[in-house]
Design a protein around this ligand. Structure first.
Ligand SMILES: [Zn+2]
Ligand SMILES: [Zn+2]
Length: 452
C-alpha cells in the first residue's frame, strides 16, 4: 500500500503510428470548413503493473457528416441512434473503454475549455450509471494541425481528471528534459538531445544473449540504452569464444550465465545508473511475461524458430515493437560458403508478423518445442538442423550493428517503418535485399489478424 503512495499510477495511451495516421487522416477528411472535428477510439485497458496502466486501441471511429445532428465551429452533436450503436457495440458487448478526441481552432497548445469540462464530466457519469463495466472516459484535445495536444482520464463520478501520457510513436515513453546529456555522448550530439534522452529512457528486452544478442547489447548500450531485461537460460561455453565480445576463459571456466555476461558488458558502460535485469530462463516461462510487457522494445536474437514465435506472440499481445535478428551460413556443393544476415521489424499494431511473413517456419518451431526425445528423433531424421549451426563474429556483428542502426532510425525518426521492414544481406555477393512489405500484408493471419 505504501508503495502505491510513493509511486503514483501512470496512465499511457499508446497508439501505433500506422493506426494513428489513418485516424488522423480520417479526422482531417471529415473537416468541411474549419469546424472542430471529433473521433473515437475504443480501447482495451491493460494493467501492466501496479503503477502502470496502458490503453491499447482496438477500434477507431470518425463520424462522417451524416452522423451529426449538427456540426459547427461552436460544437457538435451526434445523432442519437449512431451514438447508441457505438456504445452498444464497443462498450456493452466488447467491454472497451472510450477515448474522445477533438480539435480546437488555432495552432497553440490547446486547453480543455469549461464547456469540455462540463460535457466530459457529465459523460463520465453517464457511462458509470449506464454500463455495468463502468467504462472510463479518456479525452484528448488537439490544435487544428494535430501538433499539440492534452490528454486526461476522468474518474468514475466525473468529478476530477488526471493526466494521461499519449504517444503515437513506436515507443510510449515521454521524455523528461531534466538531466543533461552525459559527456560520453558528445560525439553523437549531432543527432539531437531528444534522441539521446529517448534512448536513455528506453527499456529493451533482449531475448537471446548469444553470438548476435551480446554484440547487439554491446553496441546499443554504447549508443545510449541503459535499461535492459536480458533473457537466456544458457551458460558460456568454450565454443562461444569465437564470437562473444569480451568473453574470457575465466568466464567459461566458471560457467557464467550468458545473461550475467551481457549484464557485465552493459555495466562496463553504465556504472551507477540504468537497470539491468538478468533472467536466466527460457522465453516460454509465463512468469517473465509481466517484465516483457513493461519494456518498450523486444529484440529477439535466438537461433531457433520456436523462441522467435513466442517473442512475436508476446509482441502482439503486449503491442510492443519487435526487432528480429538472425544470420545464416551454408556451404554450396562446390565448397563455396553463402552467408546471410537478416533484420526484420514487423509493423506495430499488426498487418503482418514473423509467422505470416514466413520468417518463421511453424513446423520447425513445433518440432523445437516438442519434448527432447521427439526433438532428438526429428534431428536424426534431418528435420532440425543441429544446434551447432555455423556462426562467425564478423557476420553476427554486421547483423547486430544494422539492427542497432534500425533502432537509431526509428528513435531518430529518419527511418520510416510504419509498414514494417525486412532486410537481408548476402555475402560474398555484397547485396542488400529489401522485401517489399506490401506483399506481406495479411489480414487473415491466425497470430496478427484482427482478433483480441
Ligand atoms: Zn473542446
Ligand atoms: Zn501474422
Amino acid at each position: 500500500m505504501l508503495n502505491h503512495f510513493l509511486k503514483p499510477q501512470k496512465i499511457f495511451l499508446h497508439i501505433p503510428p500506422a493506426i494513428w495516421s489513418q485516424f488522423q487522416q480520417a479526422l482531417l477528411e471529415s473537416r468541411q470548413n474549419n469546424e472542430e472535428v471529433i473521433g473515437f477510439l475504443f480501447c482495451k485497458r491493460h494493467e501492466v503493473s501496479s503503477h502502470q496502466i496502458r490503453y491499447e486501441p482496438k477500434v477507431w471511429i470518425v463520424p462522417t457528416a451524416d452522423c451529426y445532428e449538427y456540426q459547427s465551429v461552436t460544437g457538435l452533436v451526434l445523432k442519437q441512434q449512431f451514438h447508441l450503436h457505438l456504445l452498444q457495440t464497443y462498450i456493452h458487448q466488447e467491454k472497451l473503454d472510450i477515448v474522445h478526441i477533438h480539435t480546437h481552432p488555432g495552432q497553440e497548445i490547446p486547453f480543455f475549455s469549461s464547456i469540455d469540462d462540463h460535457h466530459e464530466s457529465e459523460y463520465a457519469r453517464f457511462l458509470t450509471t449506464n454500463f455495468k463495466t463502468k467504462p472510463r472516459l479518456i479525452s484528448g484535445v488537439f490544435d487544428q494541425s494535430f501538433q499539440n495536444f492534452k490528454f486526461r482520464i476522468w474518474d468514475k463520478q466525473g468529478r476530477s481528471s488526471s493526466p494521461v501520457d499519449f504517444s503515437s510513436s513506436w515507443f510510449e515513453n515521454s521524455i523528461t528534459l531534466f538531466d543533461k546529456t552525459k559527456p560520453m555522448f558528445t560525439r553523437q550530439q549531432v543527432f539531437g538531445e531528444t534522441f539521446q534522452k529517448q534512448l536513455n529512457q528506453l527499456t529493451v528486452t533482449l531475448i537471446g544473449c548469444g553470438g548476435i544478442g551480446a554484440i547487439f547489447a554491446e553496441i546499443l548500450s554504447r549508443l545510449g540504452v541503459k535499461n535492459w531485461i536480458l533473457i537466456d537460460p544458457d551458460r558460456l561455453e568454450d565454443v562461444n569464444l569465437n564470437r562473444m565480445p569480451g568473453a574470457t576463459w575465466e568466464m567459461v571456466d566458471e560457467q557464467m550465465l550468458k545473461v550475467e555476461y551481457v549484464k557485465h558488458l552493459i555495466k562496463k558502460v553504465y556504472r551507477n545508473d540504468g537497470q539491468v535485469k538478468a533472467i536466466p530462463s527460457v522465453i516460454e516461462n509465463q512468469l517473465i511475461q509481466p517484465e516483457i510487457a513493461t519494456s518498450d522494445l523486444i529484440v529477439v536474437a535466438t537461433d531457433n524458430h520456436y523462441s522467435r514465435q513466442i517473442a512475436q506472440e508476446l509482441a502482439i499481445k503486449f503491442r510492443r515493437p519487435l526487432v528480429c535478428l538472425g544470420t545464416h551460413i551454408d556451404m554450396k556443393p562446390n565448397g563455396m560458403p553463402r552467408m546471410y544476415c537478416r533484420m526484420t521489424v514487423p509493423p506495430l499494431g499488426g498487418s503482418w508478423c514473423l509467422m505470416c511473413g514466413n520468417m518463421i517456419n511453424l513446423q520447425q518451431a513445433a518440432l523445437e518445442s516438442a519434448a527432447p526425445e521427439i526433438g532428438h528423433l526429428a534431428q536424426q531424421r534431418g528435420y532440425i538442423a543441429g544446434v551447432n549451426d555455423p556462426a562467425v563474429f564478423w557476420l553476427n556483428s554486421l547483423c547486430a550493428s544494422t539492427g542497432v542502426g534500425v533502432i537509431q532510425g526509428i528513435v531518430g525518426g529518419f527511418l520510416k517503418i510504419d509498414s514494417g521492414l525486412d532486410w537481408i544481406y548476402e555475402f560474398p555477393e555484397c547485396k542488400w535485399h529489401k522485401t517489399d512489405t506490401s506483399y506481406l500484408v495479411n489480414s487473415d493471419c491466425y497470430f496478427c489478424g484482427s482478433k483480441d
